[in-house]
Design a protein around this ligand. Sequence first.
Ligand SMILES: [Zn+2]
Ligand SMILES: [Zn+2]
Length: 223
Amino acid sequence: MPHPDDRRMTYIGATYIGNFTDKNLIFEVFDELNRYLAENGLPTRFVYLGKLEVGPGYLINIPVEGGQVKGYPLEAVIEALYARLLQEGQGEAGFPMRRIFGLTTFPLVSRNQYFHIYEKFLGFQQDILGMKIMVLSIKPFESPNKELMKARIFKGVLHELGHSFGLEHCPNECVMNPPSDMGEWDRRPLSYCPSCMRKLQGALLSELTFKGSPESGNGGQGR
Ligand SMILES: [Zn+2]
Ligand SMILES: [Zn+2]
């Protein structure tokens, strides 16, 4: 985990919502992501915040293939993540954060009727007053093969992280190249392509240079 004295970093809160049977898996993925970021000279790190509780009053029945599962509507998850991020900003930990990443065990659903299968498959992000809230459901990534599942989540987090720093989709062998199915996702490398890597490094450096300037943008989108 990063040291709070290192100010030349952009910190991202990392949390999870729902009942993970293997909580170590979540920690391991963020730990491996931090190693990847360090090895590639990317000045950003995840700060593990543990589990995020969302009140049981928000629970709804979510229709899935072959039945129903209990889950939270995306709007409730975004709200809880935003509140957690604000709380962290006011904390004494010394990590100034404007981004938070939440992994969930349940499928992403929204009241927004234009929220399609494609958005559910990868993640979702929303800007609220210059704060970036990212959500990724690990539901489609589930596998009895733990290493495979970790690799899928790892790539999903890199994909959303890339978007949060302005990266668009990419046609290369790259995590920014969105898959049409899980087989395609499994064939993607565990990395950004050189072009996306350069863009991300540039975006991170300019954010550190202009730290404190308000970010614009509002609304959310699945990407
Ligand atoms: Zn790329
Ligand atoms: Zn995307």
